[in-house]
Ligand binder design. Structure first.
Ligand code: HEC
Ligand code: HEC
Ligand code: HEC
Length: 375
């Protein structure tokens, strides 16, 4: 009896193994023969499409489980997200007033218009998609995998997108930049486009206008040498930013030099309408900036960040507190870059506690850049 059962099981297992081997061989022969058509022009069968979508949705849902979304209602976040969307996503997904490129539309699957036909996702799932991309669809991963903070800016923007019309989108993504209509001659013979995707001023401002989002650093009046080095670091992937890396790598070394000279020569913009700062916090920040915190082995910031410091060091007077806090927290959280100057600043940022980060950022943002520090 027992021997009987064992025999039967052995037969079943053998049958399954043969079956699997036959399927594998069949699959290999199909692939080898080239009979399966990989043409993107032909689309999938409805059933294949349904299975692929089902698998994709389940995969995103499962992989996003451990992620907690930060608050996403900040204007700074969604403005920065919009500006990046314009240069990094609209080519494929379109935007209000911006059609999807016919080239992108011919991809399989073709990228959906995210303002009208995005599937339903939780914030954490959107974050996961934008950070990791989707295999075999052409949806790219975020270029700087360490920069979750940047990915959240895109999620904040995607949440606002359905409510935007073309004018509101343009205002948000182009930051009030007016792009003059081009003559036929200019359209025919120059590289500029009305989309202004490469215009730095969309994010960093120009002349006497500062950045629209306080997560974007003020470049006005920064030393040319510092600006050049930062652009080179982005272009070569030594400083991680999924927003700046693609923009900087599009510039030739001569362009980087020219644009660095342009911002270095600008007078810092008037301080934006800030919410009133806490005077005690500003005072604690001032002390830290001038004398440091010897007990915690933190040097005074002014030693390297005043108007006459080395040209390779950034100036901080008039910099946005929101940007400074974010950058200092990133260092504290372990974000390291391979720039020549990173090793100088990273250990100092790591030694700061949360309150010191807030205080010292409030202090520097309170300095009218053109005034007290005369930078
Ligand atoms: C090269 C083209 C391309 C670029 C650039 C691109 N995407 Fe996509 N995206 C796709 C494709 C293709 C899909 C997959 C569509 C599908 O599965 O049906 C996709 C899917 C998505 C989805 C899921 C949509 C849904 O309804 O399920 C989101 C969200 C998304 N992309 C956001 C972005 C953001 C944000 C950016 C810019 C940072 C971006 N994409 C850049 C091609 C692109
Ligand atoms: C879509 C918005 C956007 C555009 C457009 C943009 N930037 Fe930036 N830029 C940023 C953000 C955000 C950062 C901060 C990145 C980081 O965390 O390192 C930054 C950082 C920089 C820095 C480093 C400054 C510092 O204080 O550390 C330089 C230099 C810079 N950008 C130059 C440029 C130039 C030149 C252009 C035009 C070719 C440009 N940017 C276009 C958003 C933008
Ligand atoms: C020994 C010189 C030195 C001291 C002291 C110093 N820093 Fe820095 N700091 C640097 C250098 C160099 C960089 C540029 C790092 C890079 O981006 O590669 C920098 C960058 C920064 C930035 C980023 C600015 C930008 O535009 O992106 C902030 C914020 C900053 N420092 C804050 C501080 C604070 C706050 C203190 C005092 C607690 C301080 N630093 C003390 C050398 C110094």
């Amino acid at each position: 009896m027992r021997i009987e059962t064992r025999r039967r099981w052995t037969a079943i297992i053998r049958f399954i193994l043969f079956g699997l081997a036959a399927i594998a061989l069949g699959g290999f022969l199909l692939a080898w023969s080239g009979l399966y058509n990989v043409a993107a022009s032909r689309g999938h069968l409805a059933v294949t499409n349904a299975m692929l979508t089902f698998g994709m949705r389940s995969s995103v849902r499962t992989h996003a489980l451990g992620i907690t979304a930060p608050p996403l209602d900040s204007q700074d976040l969604s403005t920065l997200g919009a500006a990046h969307f314009h240069s990094g996503c609209a080519f494929c997904h379109g935007a209000p007033g911006v059609p999807i490129s016919p080239i992108a539309e011919s991809m399989l699957p073709s990228p959906p218009n995210l303002s009208t036909s995005m599937r339903e996702w939780r914030d954490r799932e959107l974050f996961w998609i934008v950070k990791n991309g989707l295999k075999y669809t052409g949806m790219p991963a975020w270029a700087a995998q360490q920069r979750d903070d940047e990915v959240w800016a895109l999620v904040a923007f995607l949440r606002r997108l359905p409510a935007l019309d073309a004018a509101a989108y343009r205002e948000l993504a182009l930051g009030g930049l007016s792009v003059p209509a081009q003559s036929g001659d200019e359209i025919a013979t120059t590289e500029g486009t009305s989309g202004a995707v490469s215009a730095c001023a969309r994010c960093h401002g120009e002349n006497r206008r500062g950045p629209n989002s306080r997560l974007v650093p003020v470049l006005h009046g920064q030393p040319r040498e510092f600006l050049m080095a930062a652009l080179e670091d982005y272009a070569h992937g030594r400083r991680a930013s999924g927003i700046m890396q693609p923009l900087a790598s599009d510039l030739s070394p001569e362009d980087r030099e020219r644009v660095a000279r342009y911002y270095a020569g600008l007078t810092p913009p008037a301080a934006p309408d800030l919410p009133p700062l806490n005077p005690e916090s500003v005072e604690r920040g001032r002390k830290l900036a001038t004398s440091g915190d010897p007990a915690a082995r933190i040097p005074g910031c002014m030693g390297c960040h005043n108007a006459s410091s080395l040209e390779a060091y950034p100036r901080l007077a008039g910099q946005h507190a929101v940007y400074m806090v974010n950058r200092l927290r990133l260092w504290k959280g372990g974000l390291a870059s391979r720039s020549r100057t990173d090793a100088i600043m990273a250990p100092i940022a790591k030694a700061l506690n949360e309150q010191q980060i807030d205080d010292v950022s409030a202090y520097f943002s309170s300095l009218n850049a053109a005034g007290k520090l005369n930078r």
